[in-house]
Design a protein around this ligand. Structure first.
Ligand code: APR
Ligand code: PHB
Length: 396
């Protein structure tokens, strides 16, 4: 079997790339290790930057997002159990965020792939990426008990942090940068109405976040020790801990209820450079991980895919390889922007185990500086809502 592009991984990065390549009539195959239901069962973040909204619209998969997603023009920062500072993103930048769960977007992308008749193989085992520094890369795997091989021009490694693509770049050719954080996030979903706006809170008991999925589904998080287990956290304990970390007027408005999902996630910053090796291109979590503070993970996947799809289209349509050559450098500019921003938000809002009174004073001072400075708020707002692309996608 032969195709132009093999996409390894059918998460949001792989499926959005597939959708854009389909519209450009670029032949491709998607290989996903898990089943469709498994992928759709994963609970992930839910805040889209405005540039991500534009990419999703231009890719022709925005009908449900535009109908059911909620535009958000501000986010709140709270601290010390008393202060609440709205960062008026729309007023400061002219753009806003869209609350739309990654799971919903993933569903829309799979539905589009069904309509497109995309070659999308689930339960593809033992995927291996071969000969990417030659003119004839190929990908081997097992599917339905048979050994398979697909020859291609390019491989798009969209297989997440634990995938095989990044490892196909020899260690001597890649550099990895990493920071782990000494705590986790305990997240719950509850079928209760969310607060009208997101609230990120810094408290001496630890960080907390009130977020949303839809008018009857809320997502909340509290910082917890990384060794904790979900069984340590009854719903009652979760709600009272969240409430203790919020200013009273905010806590009073949180509608509690039974959790329908509860999980603990570690926080990590990770970048692998470069994002290209021969005819292999990495996109999304396969090349980088950010802590969830600021909700940049999915947005970086979308921005990588925007840049990579544009480069592949320029190559196949016009024989122009300049964008392919520039992909890694251009993508990494945005990646490091979001790595820095999510590190900054994480550092500003969490309680670190080794924090001294000095460090705590610095956090408090930075928050009160934000409260007093429109320039500081504008800087946060433009990064939170996402830096516009130099070459935005063209809406049809
Ligand atoms: N072969 C085929 N598929 C694989 C392999 C493999 N060896 N390893 C992993 N995969 C699949 C995973 O099962 C997953 O469905 O690749 C997909 C990668 O999807 P994600 O991990 O979701 O990563 P990505 O598509 O880059 O999405 C960006 O942003 O909000 C964050 O982490 C969040 O998932 C989100 C990410
Ligand atoms: C979420 O809704 O899951 C969410 C929102 C904002 C974040 C992280 C996660 O910064």
């Amino acid at each position: 079997m032969r195709t132009k592009v093999v996409i390894v991984g059918g998460g949001p990065a792989g499926m959005l790339l597939s959708q854009i390549l389909h519209r450009a009539e670029i032949d491709h195959v998607v290989l996903e290790r898990q089943t469709r239901n498994y992928v759709l069962g994963r609970i992930r973040a839910g805040i889209l930057e405005w540039s991500s909204v534009e990419v999703i619209r231009a890719a022709g998969v925005s009908t449900r997002m535009d109908a059911e997603g909620e535009a958000h023009d501000l986010v709140n920062l709270a601290w010390g159990g008393e202060h609440v500072l709205p960062i008026r993103v729309k007023e400061l930048t002219g753009r806003q965020m869209m609350a739309y769960g990654q799971t919903e977007l993933q569903q829309d992308l799979y539905n589009a792939a069904d309509d497109n008749g995309t070659s999308l193989l689930f339960s593809a085992d033992d995927v291996a990426v071969n000969d990417v520094t030659t003119e004839s890369p190929h990908v081997t795997f097992r599917h339905n008990g048979a050994d398979e091989r697909i020859d291609c021009d390019y491989v798009a490694g969209c297989d997440g942090f634990h995938g095989v693509s990044r490892a196909a770049i020899p260690e001597a050719e890649r550099t990895e940068y990493e920071r782990t954080y000494p705590f986790g996030w305990l997240g719950i979903l509850s079928e209760t109405p969310p607060l009208p706006h997101l609230v990120y809170t810094n408290h001496e008991r630890g960080f907390g976040l009130c977020s949303t999925r839809n008018p009857m589904l809320s997502r909340y998080y509290v910082q917890c020790p990384i060794e904790d287990h979900v069984d340590d956290w009854s719903d009652d304990r979760f709600w009272s801990e969240l409430s203790a970390r919020l200013p009273g007027e905010v806590a009073d408005r949180v509608v509690t209820g039974p959790s329908i999902e509860k999980s603990i996630a570690p926080l990590r910053s990770f970048v692998a450079e470069p994002m290209r090796y021969g005819n292999l291109f990495l996109a999304g979590d396969s090349a980088h991980i950010v802590p969830p503070t600021g909700a940049k993970g999915l947005n970086l996947a979308v921005s990588d895919v925007h840049l990579l799809s544009r480069a592949l289209i320029a190559h196949y349509r016009d024989g122009d390889t300049a964008h392919l050559d520039g992909y890694s450098g251009e993508a990494l500019e945005r990646v490091w922007g979001s790595v820095r921003f999510s590190w900054w938000m994480t550092t500003l809002l969490h309680r670190f185990p080794d924090m001294t009174d000095f460090d705590q004073r610095l956090q408090e001072r930075e928050l009160s500086y934000l409260a007093s400075s429109t320039a500081a708020q504008a800087s946060m707002a433009e990064q939170y809502v996402g830096i516009p692309f130099a070459n935005p996608p063209e809406e049809e």
